[in-house]
Every structure is written in C-alpha cells, then in structure tokens.
Design a protein around this ligand. Structure first.
Ligand code: KG4
Ligand code: ZN
Length: 338
C-alpha cells in the first residue's frame, strides 16, 4: 500500500510517498526559512500562500523520485493540526481534493504523532512501549507510547516550548531566524558556566518543564554585562547547558518511573547535538538507549505524516471516503487522538 503524506502546518512544505512493504519511496521538503528571515519569524499569511505554490511541484518531484504516477497512490495522509490555521487549510484542502479526484481515502494526521513515530522509519527502530520526548518550536512533552494511537501525556512545558526558548534567546542575543540552530552553533564557541543560569524545575519531582524564566534570566544577565561577541557565546553555551540538562534529566526520570529502556526523541530541537550527547550518556547509565529520527526527518516533513497515516491504516483504521468536507485543528492535544 502506498500512502502519500502532506505536511503544511508551519513553515515547511513536505510531501512524501511511503510504501508499507518497501519503505520510503520519495520525500521532498521546501523550507520557507529564507522568505520569513526578513521578518524575524514566521508570517502566517505568507506561509499559507507559499504552501500553495510549492505543493504541486513537490508532489511531481516525489512521484518522479518514487518512479510512480498519482494513480499508484492508495491513500493520502495530511497534517490536520496542530499548527497555523491557514497553512493547515492549504495542505488539508490539497490532500482532500486530490483524494477525491483519485477516489482514494484521505486521513487527517496529528503533526506530533508524525514526529513521535518518525524514529520508527529507521531500520533500527525501537519496539513498543517507549517514552517519547517531543521537543519542537511549539511543544515540549514527555509521552508514554504504548502503541500507535495510544499516547499518555506524562508532563509538558507550563509556558514556553524548548524550541521557542531557543528561538527567543537567540533573538535577544541578536542572532537570526531560525534561532535554535544559530544559538546552538554559537554555543559551541562559548564556555558554559561563566554566567550562571537557573535549571528551571530540575528538582520539581514531576515531569513538567518551564523555559520562560530561563529566557528572562538570559535577558537579565545580558543587560548586566557588556555584550561582546565572547559574552554572547558564553551566554549561549550556558543557556544550552541549562535547557538540555533539564530536558535530559526529566526524560531519564520518565523512563525510570515507567521502567522503560527506550527513549524516542522527536521534533526540531532533537537535532541539537548537546541534547543528543546528554541523552545518550544519561540513558546509557540506566542501561537504556535513545532512538532518533534521521536528521532530515527531525524537522517538519511529509515522510512522518505518510508513515503515521500508513500505521493507522495497517492497524485496521477505516478512513472515511474523501467527500471534500474536512476540518483542521490548529490546537489539538496529542492525547486526544483516537
Ligand atoms: O519540529 P520543528 O521543525 O517545527 C515545529 O515546531 O513543529 O521544530 C522547530 C524548532 C525551532 O524552535 C528551532 O529553533 C528548533 O526546533 N531547532 C533547534 C535546533 N534545530 C532546530 N533548537 C536547538 N538546536 C538545534 N540544533
Ligand atoms: Zn514539527
């Protein structure tokens, strides 16, 4: 069975074709980073318009790469939420219309379910059940994943998401957009510990996170000193140490509490090298292991959506035939998927 995946929830347009027997046949992403750069962040209306421009060329590229035609598509999975309403509507209407024209079913998929299952696309995939750390620009959550569709929220950020904290901190240090990778790069040239930043909620005894205070602490520290290039690098390094220490400690605590040895990391911040080092070391200490999606599948893409849709179909889920009627859910808690 070949499932087409469509992702358009934010600033990446992703299309992919996944075959339940042969794996990923084709996968293409267009990132809008250059377009939004001038504004210092994502402009929702521009994002929606760009998704419209990109979808058909991306679909053609993926079909060519897969050596398939659109008549080989058996089902279409698309991101129905959470995300930017206008951007979601573009992908959803494209997917639903194409499904109707091809007379195949259309499946709305939860964006975070896509991220969470993306490490299963690797040859060396974890077995259920496992703990998942979802760290993106909009979410920081620890989930217990019992099987596809069975997600228990164990803890999440009470305020800013980890990616958001990276982005905001990068902005106040005068780095460009997207801030996360820029801050991580700068951090490599700095020394952590020269400035002391808090580790919010490290010892709270639960699995919740808080990152907005950390960002404010960077602001306070930055105001107290002359912000030379070296000071910026040291602040970036200390910020990265603080954020990744808390993320790693709580992820390991979740695994211990649930007596699980497999930790899956998904979402854009999962690309952070320091976070990976810390998680690998901390999980090895408890005899566990960390599973990551391939680097190109860490950020938003269509492959994870095609894969999540395919898993649901293989589990026997019967999607409604495409009728042209659909809803998108800009806000949609993952533990409410059924
Ligand atoms: O999952 P994602 O592509 O989009 C969603 O938010 O759904 O995640 C994007 C987030 C942004 O906040 C970006 O700054 C952050 O992931 N990010 C990173 C790194 N690469 C991306 N944060 C820290 N270090 C990185 N290397
Ligand atoms: Zn995402």
């Amino acid at each position: 069975m070949k499932v087409l995946g469509i992702e358009s929830s934010c600033d990446e347009t992703g299309v992919a074709l996944y075959d339940t027997e042969r794996g990923l046949l084709g996968h293409a992403v267009h990132t809008q980073v250059a377009m939004h750069e001038a504004y210092g962040g994502v402009v929702p209306e521009l994002a929606s318009r760009d998704h419209i421009r990109r979808l058909i060329p991306l679909l053609e590229r993926v079909l060519a790469e897969a050596e398939c035609t659109r008549h080989d598509i058996d089902a279409i999975a698309y991101t129905a939420g959470p995300g930017l309403a206008g951007a979601l509507l573009v992908g959803a209407s494209f997917a639903e219309a194409l499904a109707m024209a091809l007379d195949v079913p259309a499946l709305p998929v939860h964006h975070l379910e896509g991220h969470l299952l993306s490490p299963l696309l690797a040859d060396d995939a974890p077995a259920f059940p496992f703990i998942a750390l979802l760290v993106s620009g909009g979410h920081t959550q620890l989930m217990r994943v019992t099987r596809v569709g069975d997600y228990e929220l164990l803890g999440e950020s009470l305020d800013d998401a980890a990616g958001e904290a990276f982005d905001k901190t990068a902005k106040l240090l005068g780095l460009g957009y997207p801030g996360g990778p820029a801050l991580a790069k700068l951090a490599e040239t700095g020394t952590a510990g020269r400035y002391k930043l808090p580790r919010p909620m490290l010892n709270s005894g639960d699995l919740s996170f808080s990152f907005s205070g950390l960002k404010t602490a960077v602001l306070t520290a930055a105001r107290a000193v002359e912000l030379t290039a070296a000071a910026k690098a040291d602040l970036a390094a200390e910020f990265q140490e603080a954020a990744t220490e808390v993320l790693a400690a709580k992820s390991v605590a979740a695994c211990r509490r649930h007596r699980l040895s497999a930790l899956v990391v998904a979402g854009g911040v999962g690309a952070n090298r320091r976070l990976r080092q810390r998680l690998d070391a901390a999980m090895a200490k408890i005899g566990g292991r960390v599973f990551y999606p391939a680097l190109d599948l860490c950020t938003d893409n269509g492959a994870m959506i095609a894969f999540a849709g395919a898993q649901r179909l293989m589990q026997g889920e019967l999607p409604a035939p495409a009728t042209g009627a659909f809803v998108v859910r800009p806000r949609w808690p993952l533990d409410q998927v059924v």
